[in-house]
Design a protein around this ligand. Structure first.
Ligand SMILES: C[S@@+](CC[C@H](N)C(=O)[O-])C[C@H]1O[C@@H](n2cnc3c(N)ncnc32)[C@H](O)[C@@H]1O
Length: 387
Protein backbone atom coordinates (compact mmCIF):
# COMPACT_ATOMS: atom_id res chain seq x y z
CA UNK A 1 0.00 0.00 0.00
CA UNK A 2 1.45 3.37 -1.02
CA UNK A 3 0.44 6.30 1.11
CA UNK A 4 1.28 9.95 1.01
CA UNK A 5 3.62 10.99 3.82
CA UNK A 6 1.25 12.32 6.46
CA UNK A 7 1.74 15.77 7.92
CA UNK A 8 2.56 15.89 11.61
CA UNK A 9 3.35 12.18 11.65
CA UNK A 10 5.81 12.45 14.55
CA UNK A 11 3.59 14.38 16.97
CA UNK A 12 0.65 12.14 16.07
CA UNK A 13 2.74 9.03 16.79
CA UNK A 14 3.90 10.59 20.08
CA UNK A 15 0.29 11.30 21.03
CA UNK A 16 -0.30 7.53 20.83
CA UNK A 17 2.79 6.66 22.89
CA UNK A 18 0.78 4.53 25.33
CA UNK A 19 -0.14 2.09 22.53
CA UNK A 20 3.13 2.18 20.62
CA UNK A 21 5.76 -0.41 21.64
CA UNK A 22 9.03 1.06 20.40
CA UNK A 23 11.27 -1.78 21.56
CA UNK A 24 9.29 -4.90 20.63
CA UNK A 25 12.38 -7.13 20.87
CA UNK A 26 12.64 -6.07 24.52
CA UNK A 27 9.11 -7.46 25.06
CA UNK A 28 10.01 -10.91 23.70
CA UNK A 29 8.51 -13.47 26.10
CA UNK A 30 7.01 -10.67 28.24
CA UNK A 31 4.01 -9.43 26.25
CA UNK A 32 1.52 -10.73 28.79
CA UNK A 33 2.95 -8.27 31.32
CA UNK A 34 0.97 -5.65 29.38
CA UNK A 35 -2.24 -7.44 30.33
CA UNK A 36 -1.55 -10.12 32.96
CA UNK A 37 -5.15 -11.41 32.93
CA UNK A 38 -5.14 -11.87 29.12
CA UNK A 39 -6.74 -15.14 28.05
CA UNK A 40 -4.94 -15.09 24.68
CA UNK A 41 -2.47 -13.05 22.65
CA UNK A 42 -3.84 -12.13 19.23
CA UNK A 43 -1.48 -10.75 16.61
CA UNK A 44 -2.40 -8.93 13.39
CA UNK A 45 0.11 -8.61 10.53
CA UNK A 46 -0.18 -5.56 8.26
CA UNK A 47 -3.04 -3.90 10.14
CA UNK A 48 -3.16 -0.86 7.83
CA UNK A 49 -5.48 1.85 9.17
CA UNK A 50 -6.85 -0.46 11.84
CA UNK A 51 -10.61 -0.81 11.35
CA UNK A 52 -10.35 -4.54 12.07
CA UNK A 53 -7.79 -3.98 14.85
CA UNK A 54 -9.99 -1.60 16.80
CA UNK A 55 -13.14 -3.66 16.19
CA UNK A 56 -11.58 -6.98 17.19
CA UNK A 57 -9.76 -5.62 20.26
CA UNK A 58 -13.06 -4.03 21.42
CA UNK A 59 -14.97 -7.27 20.80
CA UNK A 60 -12.43 -9.26 22.86
CA UNK A 61 -11.53 -7.17 25.92
CA UNK A 62 -10.38 -10.38 27.66
CA UNK A 63 -7.49 -10.79 25.15
CA UNK A 64 -4.27 -8.91 24.47
CA UNK A 65 -4.01 -7.63 20.90
CA UNK A 66 -0.78 -6.68 19.11
CA UNK A 67 -0.84 -5.17 15.61
CA UNK A 68 2.22 -5.05 13.32
CA UNK A 69 2.44 -2.51 10.49
CA UNK A 70 5.53 -1.43 8.59
CA UNK A 71 4.08 1.84 7.22
CA UNK A 72 3.88 4.39 10.05
CA UNK A 73 1.58 6.65 8.02
CA UNK A 74 -1.03 3.88 8.08
CA UNK A 75 -0.27 2.71 11.62
CA UNK A 76 -0.77 6.13 13.13
CA UNK A 77 -4.40 6.14 11.97
CA UNK A 78 -4.89 2.68 13.48
CA UNK A 79 -3.38 3.81 16.78
CA UNK A 80 -5.56 6.93 16.87
CA UNK A 81 -8.65 4.82 16.26
CA UNK A 82 -7.83 2.53 19.18
CA UNK A 83 -6.83 5.41 21.46
CA UNK A 84 -10.03 7.32 20.65
CA UNK A 85 -12.06 4.18 21.35
CA UNK A 86 -10.41 4.03 24.80
CA UNK A 87 -9.01 0.54 24.19
CA UNK A 88 -6.50 -0.60 26.80
CA UNK A 89 -5.78 -4.09 25.42
CA UNK A 90 -4.19 -3.18 22.09
CA UNK A 91 -0.56 -2.33 21.24
CA UNK A 92 1.32 -1.59 18.03
CA UNK A 93 4.66 -2.54 16.52
CA UNK A 94 6.03 -0.26 13.84
CA UNK A 95 7.93 -3.05 12.04
CA UNK A 96 8.12 -5.92 9.60
CA UNK A 97 6.24 -9.21 9.86
CA UNK A 98 9.45 -10.90 8.71
CA UNK A 99 11.01 -10.24 12.12
CA UNK A 100 8.33 -11.81 14.33
CA UNK A 101 10.64 -14.28 16.01
CA UNK A 102 12.84 -11.40 17.20
CA UNK A 103 9.84 -9.93 19.01
CA UNK A 104 7.91 -12.98 20.27
CA UNK A 105 9.14 -16.05 22.13
CA UNK A 106 8.33 -19.57 20.87
CA UNK A 107 4.66 -20.37 21.54
CA UNK A 108 3.89 -16.89 22.95
CA UNK A 109 1.15 -16.13 20.39
CA UNK A 110 -2.27 -17.83 20.25
CA UNK A 111 -3.74 -16.42 17.06
CA UNK A 112 -2.47 -14.52 13.99
CA UNK A 113 -4.62 -12.50 11.59
CA UNK A 114 -3.47 -11.82 8.02
CA UNK A 115 -5.99 -9.59 6.30
CA UNK A 116 -5.76 -8.49 2.67
CA UNK A 117 -1.99 -8.74 2.50
CA UNK A 118 -0.26 -7.34 -0.60
CA UNK A 119 -0.67 -9.98 -3.36
CA UNK A 120 2.71 -9.48 -5.13
CA UNK A 121 1.31 -10.97 -8.36
CA UNK A 122 4.62 -11.59 -10.13
CA UNK A 123 5.98 -15.11 -9.56
CA UNK A 124 9.44 -13.79 -8.81
CA UNK A 125 7.96 -11.79 -5.92
CA UNK A 126 6.07 -14.76 -4.44
CA UNK A 127 8.47 -15.00 -1.43
CA UNK A 128 7.25 -11.53 -0.37
CA UNK A 129 3.66 -12.69 0.06
CA UNK A 130 2.84 -12.89 3.77
CA UNK A 131 1.32 -16.34 3.16
CA UNK A 132 4.45 -17.75 1.47
CA UNK A 133 5.46 -20.98 3.21
CA UNK A 134 8.68 -19.36 4.44
CA UNK A 135 6.65 -16.66 6.21
CA UNK A 136 4.20 -19.27 7.52
CA UNK A 137 7.12 -21.29 8.88
CA UNK A 138 8.43 -18.22 10.69
CA UNK A 139 4.97 -17.63 12.23
CA UNK A 140 5.03 -21.26 13.44
CA UNK A 141 7.96 -20.38 15.66
CA UNK A 142 5.95 -17.90 17.72
CA UNK A 143 2.55 -19.66 17.59
CA UNK A 144 1.62 -22.14 20.29
CA UNK A 145 0.79 -25.72 19.22
CA UNK A 146 -2.81 -25.70 18.02
CA UNK A 147 -2.60 -21.92 17.45
CA UNK A 148 -4.35 -20.47 14.41
CA UNK A 149 -3.73 -18.22 11.45
CA UNK A 150 -6.92 -16.59 10.12
CA UNK A 151 -6.48 -15.34 6.58
CA UNK A 152 -8.79 -13.14 4.50
CA UNK A 153 -8.26 -11.75 1.00
CA UNK A 154 -10.23 -10.44 -1.96
CA UNK A 155 -7.56 -11.85 -4.31
CA UNK A 156 -8.69 -15.26 -5.54
CA UNK A 157 -5.37 -16.19 -7.16
CA UNK A 158 -3.46 -15.37 -3.97
CA UNK A 159 -6.02 -17.35 -1.97
CA UNK A 160 -5.79 -20.50 -4.11
CA UNK A 161 -1.99 -20.32 -4.03
CA UNK A 162 -2.01 -19.80 -0.25
CA UNK A 163 -4.17 -22.91 0.24
CA UNK A 164 -1.14 -24.90 -0.98
CA UNK A 165 1.30 -23.00 1.22
CA UNK A 166 -0.45 -23.67 4.55
CA UNK A 167 -0.12 -27.49 4.52
CA UNK A 168 3.51 -27.25 3.34
CA UNK A 169 4.27 -25.17 6.42
CA UNK A 170 2.50 -27.54 8.84
CA UNK A 171 -0.94 -25.91 9.10
CA UNK A 172 -4.19 -27.85 8.77
CA UNK A 173 -6.83 -25.95 6.83
CA UNK A 174 -10.42 -25.46 7.93
CA UNK A 175 -13.32 -23.01 7.39
CA UNK A 176 -12.28 -22.52 3.75
CA UNK A 177 -14.74 -20.22 1.98
CA UNK A 178 -14.59 -18.27 -1.27
CA UNK A 179 -17.55 -16.06 -0.40
CA UNK A 180 -17.44 -15.25 3.29
CA UNK A 181 -20.33 -12.80 3.27
CA UNK A 182 -22.62 -14.76 0.92
CA UNK A 183 -25.29 -14.98 3.62
CA UNK A 184 -24.71 -11.55 5.16
CA UNK A 185 -21.68 -9.89 6.76
CA UNK A 186 -19.65 -12.27 8.93
CA UNK A 187 -17.36 -10.95 11.67
CA UNK A 188 -15.50 -7.65 11.71
CA UNK A 189 -14.51 -6.13 8.39
CA UNK A 190 -11.17 -4.52 7.63
CA UNK A 191 -10.85 -1.22 5.76
CA UNK A 192 -10.00 -3.02 2.52
CA UNK A 193 -12.69 -5.61 3.04
CA UNK A 194 -15.39 -2.98 3.50
CA UNK A 195 -14.33 -1.36 0.22
CA UNK A 196 -14.21 -4.62 -1.77
CA UNK A 197 -17.43 -5.92 -0.28
CA UNK A 198 -19.21 -2.69 -1.26
CA UNK A 199 -17.97 -3.30 -4.84
CA UNK A 200 -19.45 -6.81 -4.78
CA UNK A 201 -16.08 -8.59 -4.72
CA UNK A 202 -16.38 -11.95 -2.88
CA UNK A 203 -14.09 -12.33 0.13
CA UNK A 204 -12.03 -15.50 0.61
CA UNK A 205 -11.22 -16.79 4.07
CA UNK A 206 -9.53 -19.78 5.66
CA UNK A 207 -8.10 -20.85 8.99
CA UNK A 208 -4.78 -22.70 9.35
CA UNK A 209 -4.18 -24.59 12.59
CA UNK A 210 -0.61 -25.35 13.63
CA UNK A 211 0.01 -29.09 13.61
CA UNK A 212 3.22 -31.08 13.73
CA UNK A 213 5.40 -30.37 10.73
CA UNK A 214 6.06 -33.63 8.87
CA UNK A 215 9.69 -34.33 7.95
CA UNK A 216 10.21 -33.43 4.30
CA UNK A 217 12.69 -35.58 2.31
CA UNK A 218 15.94 -33.68 1.83
CA UNK A 219 15.93 -33.45 -2.01
CA UNK A 220 12.35 -32.12 -1.97
CA UNK A 221 13.11 -29.55 0.73
CA UNK A 222 16.16 -28.41 -1.22
CA UNK A 223 14.26 -28.17 -4.51
CA UNK A 224 11.47 -26.17 -2.84
CA UNK A 225 13.99 -23.60 -1.66
CA UNK A 226 16.04 -23.31 -4.84
CA UNK A 227 13.50 -21.92 -7.27
CA UNK A 228 16.25 -20.88 -9.72
CA UNK A 229 17.63 -24.41 -9.96
CA UNK A 230 16.36 -27.79 -11.07
CA UNK A 231 17.44 -30.26 -8.41
CA UNK A 232 17.51 -33.95 -9.33
CA UNK A 233 19.50 -37.11 -8.59
CA UNK A 234 22.37 -37.70 -11.02
CA UNK A 235 21.38 -40.39 -13.51
CA UNK A 236 22.97 -41.63 -16.74
CA UNK A 237 21.33 -38.69 -18.49
CA UNK A 238 23.31 -36.23 -16.35
CA UNK A 239 26.53 -38.24 -16.27
CA UNK A 240 28.38 -36.45 -19.06
CA UNK A 241 27.18 -33.04 -17.85
CA UNK A 242 28.42 -33.72 -14.31
CA UNK A 243 31.72 -35.05 -15.64
CA UNK A 244 32.19 -31.88 -17.69
CA UNK A 245 31.39 -29.77 -14.61
CA UNK A 246 33.95 -31.70 -12.54
CA UNK A 247 36.53 -31.10 -15.28
CA UNK A 248 35.79 -27.38 -15.13
CA UNK A 249 36.31 -27.61 -11.34
CA UNK A 250 39.76 -29.19 -11.81
CA UNK A 251 41.18 -26.57 -9.37
CA UNK A 252 39.31 -28.24 -6.52
CA UNK A 253 40.31 -31.78 -7.46
CA UNK A 254 43.95 -30.71 -7.93
CA UNK A 255 44.04 -29.69 -4.24
CA UNK A 256 43.60 -33.35 -3.33
CA UNK A 257 45.90 -34.57 -6.10
CA UNK A 258 42.93 -36.17 -7.89
CA UNK A 259 42.34 -36.39 -11.63
CA UNK A 260 38.76 -36.31 -12.88
CA UNK A 261 37.81 -39.23 -15.12
CA UNK A 262 34.62 -41.09 -15.95
CA UNK A 263 35.85 -43.88 -13.63
CA UNK A 264 36.49 -41.49 -10.73
CA UNK A 265 32.99 -40.05 -11.14
CA UNK A 266 31.43 -43.54 -11.20
CA UNK A 267 33.36 -44.37 -8.01
CA UNK A 268 32.17 -41.17 -6.31
CA UNK A 269 28.56 -41.79 -7.35
CA UNK A 270 28.66 -45.08 -5.44
CA UNK A 271 31.05 -44.13 -2.60
CA UNK A 272 29.63 -44.43 0.91
CA UNK A 273 31.02 -43.85 4.40
CA UNK A 274 31.43 -46.98 6.58
CA UNK A 275 28.26 -48.84 7.58
CA UNK A 276 26.06 -46.63 5.38
CA UNK A 277 23.50 -47.95 2.87
CA UNK A 278 22.98 -46.57 -0.66
CA UNK A 279 19.52 -45.36 0.43
CA UNK A 280 21.20 -42.83 2.74
CA UNK A 281 23.03 -41.14 -0.12
CA UNK A 282 21.83 -38.38 -2.49
CA UNK A 283 24.17 -37.39 -5.31
CA UNK A 284 22.29 -34.41 -6.68
CA UNK A 285 22.74 -32.39 -9.86
CA UNK A 286 21.68 -28.75 -9.63
CA UNK A 287 20.81 -27.72 -13.17
CA UNK A 288 20.44 -24.37 -14.85
CA UNK A 289 19.79 -23.72 -18.52
CA UNK A 290 19.52 -27.44 -19.08
CA UNK A 291 22.92 -28.48 -17.69
CA UNK A 292 24.37 -29.39 -14.29
CA UNK A 293 26.08 -26.29 -12.89
CA UNK A 294 26.52 -27.55 -9.31
CA UNK A 295 26.56 -30.91 -7.53
CA UNK A 296 25.88 -31.92 -3.96
CA UNK A 297 26.72 -35.33 -2.55
CA UNK A 298 25.12 -35.80 0.87
CA UNK A 299 24.75 -38.79 3.17
CA UNK A 300 21.92 -38.92 5.68
CA UNK A 301 22.58 -40.18 9.19
CA UNK A 302 26.39 -40.20 9.14
CA UNK A 303 28.23 -40.38 11.50
CA UNK A 304 25.24 -40.05 13.86
CA UNK A 305 21.57 -40.64 13.07
CA UNK A 306 20.60 -36.95 13.05
CA UNK A 307 23.70 -35.67 11.23
CA UNK A 308 23.72 -34.91 7.52
CA UNK A 309 27.17 -35.40 5.95
CA UNK A 310 28.18 -33.32 2.93
CA UNK A 311 30.61 -35.42 0.87
CA UNK A 312 30.99 -32.96 -2.00
CA UNK A 313 29.76 -29.52 -3.03
CA UNK A 314 30.92 -28.20 -6.40
CA UNK A 315 29.80 -25.00 -8.05
CA UNK A 316 30.49 -23.91 -11.63
CA UNK A 317 33.53 -21.58 -11.50
CA UNK A 318 31.77 -18.80 -13.41
CA UNK A 319 28.83 -18.85 -10.95
CA UNK A 320 31.06 -18.36 -7.90
CA UNK A 321 31.36 -15.12 -5.91
CA UNK A 322 27.80 -14.06 -6.78
CA UNK A 323 25.99 -15.43 -3.74
CA UNK A 324 25.09 -18.76 -5.43
CA UNK A 325 27.17 -20.92 -3.08
CA UNK A 326 25.73 -19.16 -0.06
CA UNK A 327 22.17 -19.55 -1.39
CA UNK A 328 22.63 -23.28 -2.06
CA UNK A 329 24.18 -24.01 1.32
CA UNK A 330 21.55 -21.89 3.15
CA UNK A 331 18.87 -23.92 1.37
CA UNK A 332 20.66 -27.16 2.27
CA UNK A 333 20.80 -26.18 5.95
CA UNK A 334 17.09 -25.31 6.02
CA UNK A 335 16.19 -28.49 4.12
CA UNK A 336 18.32 -30.55 6.53
CA UNK A 337 16.42 -29.12 9.48
CA UNK A 338 13.10 -29.77 7.77
CA UNK A 339 14.17 -33.35 7.06
CA UNK A 340 14.76 -33.91 10.78
CA UNK A 341 18.55 -33.46 11.04
CA UNK A 342 20.10 -31.37 13.81
CA UNK A 343 23.69 -31.10 12.51
CA UNK A 344 25.50 -30.87 9.20
CA UNK A 345 29.09 -32.14 8.94
CA UNK A 346 31.73 -32.11 6.22
CA UNK A 347 35.42 -32.67 5.62
CA UNK A 348 37.36 -29.80 4.04
CA UNK A 349 40.81 -30.47 2.57
CA UNK A 350 43.48 -28.81 4.70
CA UNK A 351 44.89 -27.11 1.61
CA UNK A 352 41.51 -25.80 0.49
CA UNK A 353 41.85 -22.34 2.04
CA UNK A 354 39.02 -20.76 0.00
CA UNK A 355 36.71 -23.67 0.84
CA UNK A 356 37.56 -23.42 4.52
CA UNK A 357 36.83 -19.66 4.52
CA UNK A 358 33.50 -20.30 2.76
CA UNK A 359 32.31 -22.99 5.19
CA UNK A 360 33.45 -20.88 8.15
CA UNK A 361 31.42 -17.95 6.80
CA UNK A 362 28.45 -20.34 6.55
CA UNK A 363 28.68 -20.98 10.29
CA UNK A 364 30.71 -24.22 10.28
CA UNK A 365 33.34 -24.69 12.99
CA UNK A 366 36.43 -26.91 12.97
CA UNK A 367 35.95 -30.01 15.11
CA UNK A 368 39.37 -31.57 14.54
CA UNK A 369 41.96 -32.63 11.97
CA UNK A 370 41.52 -36.02 10.41
CA UNK A 371 42.36 -37.95 7.25
CA UNK A 372 39.85 -39.01 4.63
CA UNK A 373 39.10 -42.71 4.80
CA UNK A 374 40.20 -45.22 2.16
CA UNK A 375 43.03 -45.20 -0.35
CA UNK A 376 42.60 -41.50 -0.96
CA UNK A 377 43.65 -40.54 2.57
CA UNK A 378 44.15 -36.77 2.63
CA UNK A 379 44.42 -34.42 5.61
CA UNK A 380 41.14 -32.59 6.24
CA UNK A 381 39.38 -30.35 8.70
CA UNK A 382 36.22 -31.97 10.03
CA UNK A 383 33.74 -29.10 10.23
CA UNK A 384 30.22 -29.06 11.64
CA UNK A 385 27.34 -26.76 12.51
CA UNK A 386 23.94 -27.12 14.17
CA UNK A 387 20.78 -26.46 12.14
C1 LIG B 1 -3.39 -4.11 1.44
S1 LIG B 1 -3.06 -3.45 3.00
C2 LIG B 1 -4.32 -4.13 4.03
C3 LIG B 1 -4.49 -3.41 5.34
C4 LIG B 1 -5.51 -4.00 6.31
N1 LIG B 1 -5.08 -5.32 6.76
C5 LIG B 1 -6.86 -4.09 5.67
O1 LIG B 1 -7.31 -5.20 5.34
O2 LIG B 1 -7.48 -3.06 5.49
C6 LIG B 1 -1.62 -4.38 3.48
C7 LIG B 1 -0.93 -3.77 4.67
O3 LIG B 1 0.08 -4.66 5.11
C8 LIG B 1 1.24 -3.91 5.37
N2 LIG B 1 2.39 -4.81 5.18
C9 LIG B 1 2.76 -5.39 4.03
N3 LIG B 1 3.83 -6.18 4.23
C10 LIG B 1 4.14 -6.07 5.54
C11 LIG B 1 5.16 -6.63 6.35
N4 LIG B 1 6.09 -7.45 5.83
N5 LIG B 1 5.19 -6.33 7.65
C12 LIG B 1 4.26 -5.48 8.18
N6 LIG B 1 3.28 -4.90 7.46
C13 LIG B 1 3.21 -5.21 6.15
C14 LIG B 1 1.21 -2.76 4.38
O4 LIG B 1 2.01 -1.68 4.78
C15 LIG B 1 -0.28 -2.44 4.37
O5 LIG B 1 -0.60 -1.51 5.37
Amino acid sequence: MRMRKKKNLDPRMEACAALWVRDPAGMRGRWRELKPDAKALRLELGCGKGRFTAGTAAAHPEDLYVAVERVPDAMVTAMERCRDAGLANVFFIDGDAAALSDCFAPGEVDLIYINFCDPWPSVKHAPRRLTHQNFLRSYREVLRDGGEIRFKTDNRALFEWSLFQFPKAGFELSQVTRDLHAAGVQGIMTDYEEKFHAQGVPINRCVGTKIELPDVPLPQGLAARLADWEVRPVTEEDFSGVLALEERCADFFALGGWTVTADSLRRDLAALPPKCAPSQKHFLALRREGAPRAVLDVVEGYPRPRTLYVGLFLLEPELRRQGNGRAIVSALLAAAKEAGFDRVRLACLLDNKAGHAFWTAMGFADLRWDTLLGEDARPVWIMERAV
